[in-house]
Design a protein around this ligand. Structure first.
Ligand SMILES: [Zn+2]
Length: 341
């Protein structure tokens, strides 16, 4: 079994593509190298349930208004389910709540993360972030530049979240239209990431937990510098694998919907395990997380990808450090140097 794509290409932005009875797939744009996010709309007798939103930009709002007055015309937006707290998914949740009176359903950690980060606006990078970058071995010219710049603030891309949401929990089941959906929670890409599994047929709303042709970013951030998302990620792949079959249709947050879910879960685990093996060899000699880019990614990293590459690199060395495979010491520049034991 490999991966099979039932649709060779994605619908145009804001145009619906029915992927199953009662499930519409839309794309909305993102202003970054990964230029889109997939959102899904589920039909119920008395309204629509939207899954994920895109970023809070004027362009995305206009796109949604077009969708509401076109393909979704005639029924209200009664519920919004957000898979995880990242801006490309939760971006317009507050707007859906305020403008459309939609009820917001999320895991508790995802909602708390989103709301906390929205309130945490910074003019310059805080000391903890500078220390995190230094420890990761960020290149000095980039560090000097970033020190002076206004950092990315969550609130730049996410509309304010009003108080109140409906919590979803692991293994919970609820009905939408003629399907029953079971919540399964994963970690690694984002804490308490929700995936929804139809128990009525073989469909999974996978968010960014499982994507077909790219590996979801596993990052460590200054908020939790000793986190071990790679461990959590691998554990989640094993957990979800028990329920997955290759006949499942996976509807992901990016790229194309696909079949071959069980295969893909296994493949993603193997990709990370191979990366960890390459790292152990490379760390025979001491290196910083930043110096591991070439071994981890096998390509040169563009400036636009530098931040994501750095958090992913720290995630992998953290895994080895926390599993006791490598040691770390702080060098004269303040960076952690990791070395295989
Ligand atoms: Zn995403």
């Amino acid at each position: 079994m490999t991966i099979h794509y039932p649709w060779e290409s994605a619908p145009e932005f804001a145009k619906p593509l029915q992927v199953a009875e009662g499930i519409l797939w839309f794309r909305v744009p993102l202003p970054m190298p990964l230029d889109h996010v997939n959102v899904y709309v589920l039909e119920d007798n008395d309204g629509w349930t939207v899954v994920d939103t895109g970023l809070a930009t004027t362009k995305t709002k206009e796109m949604w208004q077009k969708i509401f007055s076109g393909p979704l015309f005639g029924k209200k937006i009664k519920r919004l389910i957000v898979t995880h707290h990242h801006p490309d998914h939760v971006g317009l949740a507050g707007w859906f709540q305020k403008e459309y009176n939609a009820s917001l359903w999320m895991t508790r950690t995802a909602w708390l993360m989103a709301r906390m980060l929205c309130l945490d606006e910074q003019k310059t990078p805080p000391a903890e972030t500078l220390e995190f970058w230094t420890r990761a071995g960020m290149r000095l010219d980039i560090l000097e530049e970033r020190k002076k710049e206004k950092p990315f603030n969550f609130a730049d891309a996410v509309s304010a979240l009003p108080l109140g949401f409906r919590r979803i929990v692991d293994n919970e089941e609820f009905e939408i239209g003629n399907r029953v959906w079971k919540v399964r929670i994963g970690n690694g890409h984002a804490p308490e990431h929700a995936t929804l599994w139809s128990t009525s047929d073989q469909i999974v709303l996978a968010g960014d937990q499982i994507i077909s042709s790219i590996s979801p970013n596993l990052g460590v951030y200054a908020t939790e510098p000793d986190a071990n998302p790679v461990r959590e990620w691998i554990d989640t792949c094993h957990k979800l694998s028990q329920f997955a079959s290759d006949d499942h249709l996976a509807l992901s947050g990016h790229k194309l919907p696909f079949k071959g879910l069980k295969f893909r879960l296994q493949q993603m685990v193997e990709n990370h395990e191979h990366a960890l093996e390459r790292l152990i060899n490379f760390l025979e000699k001491p290196h910083t997380a930043e110096e591991c880019f070439s071994v981890l990614f096998g390509k040169s990293i563009r400036n636009s990808e530098y931040g994501l590459a750095l958090v992913e690199s720290v995630a992998h060395v953290n895994y080895l450090f926390l599993e006791g495979t490598v040691s770390r010491v702080i060098d004269r520049a303040g960076a952690f140097k990791y070395q295989s034991l």
